[in-house]
Design a protein around this ligand. Structure first.
Ligand code: C2E
Ligand code: MG
Ligand code: MG
Ligand code: MG
Length: 286
């Protein structure tokens, strides 16, 4: 039977797959109710230019407040949503909500609105034929310009999957930006950078963590910025927590970063407040 421990966590004790499956089915059942009754919301984490801390874009990150368990993080419910297929309606809601918010910022902030809003799309969504058509419909309904939307996918989601790759090409053809998330941790095949219509590499936090110490992680971080620049991709360093990391990344050639050093994921209204300030005041305020 499903067990929980501590506030807001589903702890999965999985002696066998049946039990794990049952727990995930239970999470998904709760999540279905949560989706229908407004228990979910999005936070937005700024993606900044390292040089001056100005906000280039924001990444939408889903949050769930369970009525009994309290806050439950996406790592504790996205896998269950993927396994049960609930990710399809959940993902559609997330996409619509993020696009509506992007339009709201443009109305409220004009030129200061985030240049792009990123939405995470999971393998299951992408492997559903018709996903690109859903994206096109949302853009039409919300009035968001396609180049203001970034779709974040992992290497693993597109690796070796014909449907996912076709959907990605169709999304790209709409004018939407494509980012490879957690780059360097998945089925890393550099060949993917040629076959996949990618615009942005999000270099995984694991390469950022030890970048100030030199060594292997710094070597990989440096190789990845060379590849990005050579292929004319935008590189974003993920999970930047300190000024030292930001400085080291900048010296390696990185120009964009995301992480607690700049800002945590924020409610939409707080993003708006930050964007209303002059850019110079944004740097080192995270
Ligand atoms: P991700 O897409 O790689 O998102 C970045 C994660 O790193 C977020 O965790 C963010 O809060 C966290 N993070 C950002 N800066 C820092 C930092 O400086 N230090 C540390 N330690 N963490 C940092 P979060 O929100 O818990 O999301 C985890 C993962 O869940 C995401 O990884 C993504 O794979 C998935 N996810 C989140 N929201 C969605 C969504 O709306 N749809 C889908 N399909 N997946 C989502
Ligand atoms: Mg992401
Ligand atoms: Mg990531
Ligand atoms: Mg990550």
């Amino acid at each position: 039977e499903a067990k929980s421990q501590g506030r807001g966590r589903y702890v999965v004790y999985a002696p066998d797959m049946d039990q794990r499956g049952a727990e995930q089915a239970r999470i998904a059942a709760d999540l279905r109710v949560g989706l229908d009754t407004g228990q979910l919301h999005l936070l937005y984490q700024p993606i900044v230019a390292i040089a001056d801390g100005s906000v280039y874009g924001v990444e939408a990150l889903v949050r769930w407040t369970h009525p009994q368990r309290g806050p439950v993080g996406p790592v504790d419910f996205i896998p269950a949503a993927e396994r049960t297929g609930l990710i399809v309606p959940l993902g559609a809601w997330i996409l619509g909500e993020a696009c509506r918010q992007a339009v709201r910022w443009q109305q409220e902030l004009g030129d200061r609105a985030p240049r792009t809003v990123s939405v995470n799309v999971s393998a299951r969504q992408l492997r559903e034929a018709g996903f690109a058509a859903d994206v096109a419909a949302v853009l039409l309904q919300t009035g968001l310009a396609p180049d203001r939307l970034t779709v974040e996918v992992t290497e693993t989601a597109v690796f070796d999957d014909g449907t996912a790759m076709a959907e990605l090409h169709a999304i790209k053809a709409l004018g939407v930006t494509i980012a490879l998330d957690d780059f360097g941790t998945g089925h890393s095949s550099l060949g993917l950078l040629r076959t996949c219509p990618v615009d942005t590499l999000k270099v995984d936090k694991s390469f950022v963590d030890n970048v100030t110490q030199g060594g292997q992680h710094a070597v990989v971080a440096e190789a990845l910025i060379h590849i990005s620049n050579g292929l004319q991709l935008r590189a974003v360093a993920e999970g930047v927590e300190t000024a030292e990391q930001a400085d080291a990344l900048y010296r390696l050639g990185y120009r964009y970063a995301q992480g607690y050093h700049y800002a945590r994921p924020l409610p939409a209204a707080e993003v708006g407040q930050r964007l209303s300030q002059p850019a110079s005041r944004l740097s080192h305020s995270g």
